[in-house]
Design a protein around this ligand. Sequence first.
Ligand code: UGA
Ligand code: MN
Length: 342
Amino acid sequence: MKRLVHPRRFVQFYLVLVTCAVILLLANYAAWCPEEEEIKAGQDLLETYRERIREADVTINQLNAKLRARPSLESIHKHQNEYIPGLPMIYLITPTHSRLEQKADLVRLSYTLLHVYNIHWIIIEDSDIKTPVVSNFLKTSGLNYTHRNVKTPPEVKLTDTDPNWLKPRGVLQRNAGLQWLRETALKKKLEPAVVYFADDDNTYSMQLFEEMRYTRKVSVWPVGLVGGLRYESPIVVRGTVTGWFTYWKPQRPFAMDMAGFAVNVRLLLQHPNAQFTNAVQRGYQESTLLSGLGVMLSDLEPKANGCSKILVWHTRTEKTKLKNEDKMKQKLGRGSDLNMEV
Ligand code: UGA
Ligand code: MN
């Protein structure tokens, strides 16, 4: 029987077919791969999405920053003027005197006070007038304040060349503050209130104000960087003050710095004549007032965790040297612009 296709032919045919298919495949390979333009378009699309992700990241970071942002100065100022009923007022008496660093010191202190609720700043300038520097500063400070002035007479006033410990500072100014406070407290129905003598160059922790706020008579705490020591402090034994940790004049009845105590305003009214005086030796200002208020050691209320924490520092601002002002005048004919308030 004659075969239809010889097997060898069949194999040959098959081989030819396969070869043709491979050739065809190879010839069309390029057609199956994406065109260069398509790759480019894909890459562009990818880049567009990447860019959108980057933009979204920026937006997220901006929103995050907004969420964590400190309140604006305006909103802090608004809060300052909100009186919180029931929270005892703190009256802060600050003597201040003109000097190159005055505004810088006051600005720094004011930013601490802006964090404290129910606080009234009695600021008394050692000056014949209320100076524009302090007046303008107070107007924009956002704080509740009373601004007064009284000049220290020349015979008790420190001169530029005196060592700073020679004469007492801020005595008449603190007394003027006390006078205003007594008059004001008498006029108004007296809410619970405390008075604190805050010099303008010290450093105050916000916590200090909350410690003093509920003073019954007189509260006390340690002061850092004072008296030639790392700190001075009332000595507290079983919750009662028994003496003073100090090196300088430990025999003083109340051997602590002005920054170390606060007094209930009621006590000021009960002892209307108690005040500071220029007529006592150095270091006796605090003792003069507290003795005048009839305070005993056993009356003192230790604060700041039983006087174990420093919440106020007797920092002192370095005197600025203006040595290049003169040099500049000599060399260039003029120094800095005196109309520029510093
Ligand atoms: C230390 C105490 O910490 C003060 O409380 C105390 O009044 C003073 O000594 C003193 O011996 O009388 P210290 O840093 O040496 O303080 O004094 P300052 O900071 O120079 O002055 C105390 C306050 O009085 C400040 O608020 C300051 O501005 C003011 N002062 C100073 C005046 O009002 N007039 C002046 O001539 C000098
Ligand atoms: Mn000082």
